[in-house]
Design a protein around this ligand. Sequence first.
Ligand SMILES: [Zn+2]
Length: 687
Amino acid sequence: MIVTYPFSAVVGLDDLKLALVLNAVSPRAGGVLVRGEKGTAKSTIVRALAAQLPAVNVVPGCRFACDPAAPDAGCPDGPHEPGSQGLRRPAALVELPVGASEDRLVGSLDVERALTEGVKAFEPGLLAAAHRGVLYVDEVNLLHDHLVDLLLDAAALGTCYVERESVSVRHAARFLLVGTMNPEEGELRPQLLDRFGLTVEVKASRNPEERAEVVRRRLAFDADPGAFAGRWAAEETALASRIAQARARVPGVRLPDARLRQIATVCAAFEVDGLRADLVTASTAIAHAAWQGRDVVTTEDVRAAARLSLPHRRRRDPFDAPGLDEALLDELLARTSGEDPDDPDGGGPDISGPGGPEGSPTSAGDGPPPPGGPEGGPEGGPDGGGPEGREASPGVEGTTSSAVDDGAVPEQGGGPGKEAAGRVAGVAAPYRVPLLEVPGVGEGAAGRRSRSRTPHGRATGSRRPAGRVRDLHVTATVLAAAPHQLRRGRRGPGLVLREDDLREVVREGREGNLVLFVVDASGSMAARKRMTAVKTAVLSLLLDAYQRRDKVGLVTFRGRDAAVALPPTSSVEAGAARLRSLPTGGRTPLAAGLARAAEVLRVERLRDPARRPLLVLVTDGRATAGGDVDRAAALLEGTAAVVVDCESGPVRLGLAVRLAARLRARLVPLDSLADLGSVVRDHRKAV
Ligand SMILES: [Zn+2]
């Protein structure tokens, strides 16, 4: 038998522990998204919590974990006799691998068998397995969009629904959803972020003693899991019973009007969208009150709930990291807390002894002493208040712009590191840009940019399947079978189908691409006060790439050489940050920029061959240093490209136009980028 690491033995990570426990107490808390760096024991603690969940009673033989007391009426394995003898088993912990197929997640309906044998054959997927347990998705931000949608729909409805060619199956799927993500690897789309009830930011502790204790316990556990777990058995039992008691208490917890108004005030002040935040905060505050052994929700409960339910709902711009200004939260709560006479604030009687101070569900009784105990408490964990947060707001015109022409900024002779410091232009508010596509049809990862063949797109035709049919094209199959019916001896109704007749759907959708920006940051751009416009354009294109699920990279050139400012990544935030701080000035080594881009693309082609690149070259076409442009351009032969022409002023040389022709690139003048984008938007509004 596998021994899991005891929940009570997890050091620190108080916010995460609290968020998980509140979900165990009340499913209405809506799941947890855990954000943080790798190696912070996220999966250990989720497993540990699953082991703490009350065991479930299931109908024997039912693959959908029906409760004998109230079996699912539509259960595919049913109907079950209500009130039959149940079987107790631990709540399930199911892990959804990032590369899972749709069938694996929702189950597979064998349409082939349904058609040829006339039986409805449904193989349950992971959602069925997770029913009444925990569904854990490590790196949820890397999960296929389509799977995320299915997953969150099921989580929201508590039902898994599978339909293939009008044969459908539906079964209950209620689970505690826990996702983890490393923000460095790319953000979750805001609308998906919003579907997680609570968010927690985790960081490995910076406290040496706490770190040492983590390692000490881990070593002890690995050396002898059984003995280690035995030492924590009392804490674990106490925790399990405290969770069970809190669960039982939830239905009786009262949410006074004053507290509800407080929640509404806080949510309004933090400018969250819609009412979902209010709802989750209220439910979580109720769970917290129950967890604390209270029958009435207090300001303290509202505070604990808001800290977990709001950070990810107040993002305005996808480049803003989630976070919550706790000073503001406290101020709002203080302003609104005095109104409730029956508020027994100040941590009422704790129902079951071991639960220590607020917010640290595990600092428990007599076991091994929790190290650095005071550290964990109300001080508030890693996402404490503001300073790290907000970047200077965009929209301020840059401070660049004294006229600096080519080469006017002196270059200090030394190596590439000794480049002239350059100036940093500001960035204005991003705007919508037109869709820039890679021509042809690709087979890259799902996204929203270029056309691609994909299992999830729109049906565009049929073909003979290469292996087993996964996506049956009924009409084409029937048409293929029809001419042979007489010869096959058909009598009466029903087609006589042979395997040979089966046709599958050909689908087309959109893929994400690698958008490699190659940006001229030389003095010729700064001279014409263009750099703010250029940066804003690239920022807008980056925002667009984010929405289209592209990978992005950034090559810049100025002075003597080109540099990879951002190697290809899914983290558009990183791109935006590099762009904001990008200095400009110096000569214009265009050829070096092109050569560096070709090199980046070559490496990336090896790494991720299915992802087709789109080169976006932002330049005025001038070259005043380093290398032969024609030769460098030849290295990019065959790469889809767009040239954003930054030339301006009354006298134009048309250099970018010529460069675009050489690269067979689409040419978009910098100034028309915003206009083209708004045309797209207006058109969309019109339809
Ligand atoms: Zn059942």
